[in-house]
Design a protein around this ligand. Structure first.
Ligand code: ISC
Ligand code: MG
Length: 465
């Protein structure tokens, strides 16, 4: 499998040919009989290994599953990465031949992610991904409220292969896939080791940062850490996805695969959703544990809603998102008070912000203005990023970065890649962070990050969800 940058070179010729109209995108969407999205991901076809993605929306029967790459965009440039991919996508779509797509999430669609911080030191574990990494899938299953569609994308010579051969190709692919449809057996793998890396150093870094926040104008820094797990054999991505979608219904289950690496998780945090001109962004920051005892769980939630430290941690996110969207949206509605979002292991303060996009505002432009929110970076952003680079001593890669999709009509949705992990062969690296403010208690923040490891740990066969 080519490393990401080689793949980008491999595809740059096609991109040039697309931009000069020597080639064009042909996209065919057809309704199909029901097909399980996790099985579709698992089965792919032999030559689509290492080029797949999976997306399930929170609280919604909406899936996007891509196998194979009609095109990979993994650019090398760090600067203007949001504009680059926006322009690239606009060029491809404007000359495309698109048939059969009438539903949002079908037809030509890019799926992928942006690294959290392109200016951080790179580590080997993320070498299969670029700072911008998006697939135009060869085959994509879309599930919308119980309806199933298959989209087939092909970069063609304009005067090239006739469409009949394309129709025949997709029919053969589908028949083959339907003939092989199986169920997802939950394959158990056993963990041989599970290590929270550098806990003591991390707590010391938290203490240093909290002291800095108490003595400077820096208001907040989100600091993350990692857990490394070794297994007897490589965990099944399909099994992990099955566990995540089953046990974390209120979160976005996602996976982005490249080569022998797969970044996946169940994120409760939407960065932005654009449906036509409707815009929704959600502020998620401020946390408390859950309890199996309903009375205690209710008390923990009420306490969170009235806790000064968490309300401050949350309000910094609301302020930033409001200021980021104001110039590019009208009718912005920002609730006065947060509500609770409860997931199995943890509960958060949650504020949804809605508005209408002004003309010409793409979802990539919105992602650029929002990322990183203070739920993942800090306030002020630039100073917080400098402290994260210095104190975290790790390459976040796609962790906490924008992960999501946009279709050819300008709709799309991005989450931030938290409650997540990177699975490579027999190893997994889990990532978890927390918002540090002057009133943070290092031990409480250590416990909070330990709770945030749980969704992935449980999906990998570990402790309770
Ligand atoms: C940075 C993470 O969580 C963020 C999202 C929700 C609550 C957060 C908190 O209370 O610290 C964090 O801002 C993570 O899960 O790794
Ligand atoms: Mg917190």
């Amino acid at each position: 499998m080519l490393r990401a940058e080689n793949q980008a070179i491999a595809h740059s010729n096609i991109i040039k040919q697309l931009e000069t109209k020597q080639k064009t995108l042909f996209s065919l969407t057809t309704p199909i009989d029901p097909f399980d999205p996790v099985v579709f991901y698992k089965q792919g076809t032999p030559n689509t290994e290492g080029k797949r993605f999976f997306w399930k929306s929170a609280n919604e029967d909406f899936y996007l599953v891509g196998v194979g790459a009609a095109l990979l965009f993994s650019n090398l440039a760090k600067k203007n990465r949001f504009d680059d991919i926006h322009q690239f996508w606009k060029d491809i779509v404007q000359n495309a031949e698109i048939e059969g797509s009438s539903i949002i999430g079908t037809g030509p669609l890019l799926f992928g992610g942006f690294s959290f911080d392109p200016d951080t030191g790179k580590e080997q574990e993320w070498s299969d991904f670029g700072d911008t990494f998006f697939y135009l899938p060869k085959y994509m299953l879309t599930v919308v409220n119980g309806q199933h569609f298959l989209t087939f994308n092909q970069i063609m010579d304009p005067a090239g292969e006739n469409k009949t051969s394309q129709y025949k190709h997709i029919e053969e692919y589908m028949n083959d896939l339907l003939a092989r449809q199986s169920t997802v057996a939950v394959e158990q793998v056993s963990m041989t080791s599970c290590t929270e890396i550098g806990q003591a150093e991390w707590v010391k870094a938290v203490e240093d940062i909290v002291n800095l926040l108490k003595s400077t104008d820096i208001k907040k820094v989100v600091l993350a850490r990692k857990m490394i797990i070794e297994f007897t054999k490589s965990p099944s991505i399909a099994t992990v996805l099955e566990q995540l979608r089953r046990n974390q219904p209120g979160s976005f289950a996602f996976a982005l695969e490249s080569g022998s690496s797969c970044f996946l998780g169940a994120s409760p945090e939407r960065l932005v959703k654009k449906t036509g001109e409707e815009v929704l962004s959600t502020c998620l920051a401020g946390s408390a544990p859950r309890s199996k005892d309903p009375g205690e769980d209710e008390w923990l939630g009420k306490n969170l809603l009235n806790d000064a430290k968490n309300r401050y941690e949350h309000q910094l996110v609301v302020n930033m998102i409001k200021n980021a969207l104001n110039p590019i949206c009208t009718n912005l509605i920002v609730p006065e008070e947060p509500i609770l979002m409860k997931t199995p292991a943890i509960q958060h303060l949650y504020t949804p912000i809605t508005g209408r996009a002004k003309a010409g505002q793409s979802i990539f432009k919105m992602v650029e203005r929002l990322h990183p929110t203070p739920a993942l970076g800090g306030v002020p952003t630039i100073e917080a990023l400098k402290i994260i680079r210095e104190k975290e001593k790790m390459d976040r890669g796609l962790y906490a970065g924008p992960i999501g999709w946009t279709d050819f009509r300008g709709n799309g949705e991005f989450i931030v890649g938290i409650r997540s992990g990177l699975i490579q062969n027999n190893n997994a690296i889990l990532y978890a962070g927390c918002g540090l403010v002057p009133d943070s208690n290092p031990q409480d923040e250590l416990i909070e990050t330990r709770i945030k490891f749980r969704p992935m740990l449980h999906a990998l066969g570990g402790e309770e969800k």
